[in-house]
Design a binder for this molecule. Structure first.
Ligand code: ADP
Length: 243
């Protein structure tokens, strides 16, 4: 295990500009070890962009991303080694099967044969992939594709999970299972997850970070997100804008 400093996930003044368009502006927050933080905001607010900046999939125009104290720009291997990332659109390797993809990705991560077997057994069980283990990913339902993405994120037993809408497209039973898994993982890992489900925030998260038009507009507890009226949805509408 890599020695890490607290906080585990740190966005420090992260801005991303596409020409004159500002996708995120001076996004700053920190998630301490062991916390499950919800990342909320309307569509287009900058959640996925921020997650891509934190995971090193995008380079910031300004600011820095730190994972476990490692600067993503300077210590990329150490920082990214700590992260399991579920991107918004799940795995893109449609021709492969979950088995061949996860085996390949585990080998690319440098897992030994023994570790790989142990981790594959773990993710197949935790992500309920038995039934589709040998089927083409491109032919799987959205729910299964999402679970292949989760399995990929968990494969190297990372300390940090960055999950972009982990329950999007899942039916209520699958959603329940994934939330249960996230709660269990949250006992030992630091998690940032984006979601549109306010009930998910209540069910799973310790903390809420709300972004609107590229800027953080609230960073606090679930109770703070509910506001004086105790209504998270009303507070969401009050603090954010629709495009
Ligand atoms: P969210 O995940 O909150 O829905 P995104 O981070 O995907 O929002 O997008 C934030 C804004 O940045 C959106 O207005 C989106 O259209 C814009 N954006 C994202 N990627 C690009 C890109 N490659 N080029 C130009 N604009 C982009």
């Amino acid at each position: 295990m890599v020695e890490c400093s607290d906080p585990m996930i740190e966005a420090k003044g992260l801005s991303k500009f596409y020409g004159p368009f500002i996708a995120t502006q001076e996004v700053t927050f920190a998630v301490p070890t062991g916390q499950i933080a919800a990342f909320l905001g309307p569509n287009g607010a900058g959640k996925s962009t921020t997650m891509k900046l934190l995971t090193g999939f995008l380079t910031p125009s300004e600011g820095e991303a730190r994972i476990g104290g490692f600067n993503m720009a300077e210590d990329r291997l150490k920082a990214s080694g700590l992260i399991g990332y579920l991107p918004e659109n799940g795995p893109l390797y449609n021709e492969m099967t979950p088995k061949s993809l996860l085996k390949y990705l585990g080998q690319a991560r440098g897992l030994s044969r023994g570790q790989l077997k142990e981790r594959l057994d773990y993710v197949v069980k935790k992500c309920s992939l038995d039934d589709v283990w040998g089927k083409q990913i491109g032919k799987l339902s959205r729910g299964y594709r999402q679970r292949v993405g989760m399995a990929h994120a968990l494969l190297h037993d990372p300390q940090v999970l960055i999950l972009d809408e982990p329950t999007s497209g899942l039916d209520p039973n699958q959603t329940f299972q994934v939330r249960d898994l996230i709660r269990e993982l949250g006992k030992t890992k630091t998690i940032l997850l984006s979601t549109h489900s306010l009930s998910e925030v209540e069910a799973v998260c310790d903390r809420v970070i709300l972004i609107d038009r590229g800027r953080i507009v609230l960073d606090g507890t679930v109770d703070q997100m509910k506001g004086d009226g105790g209504d998270m949805e009303a507070q969401f509408r009050k603090l954010t804008s629709s495009k």
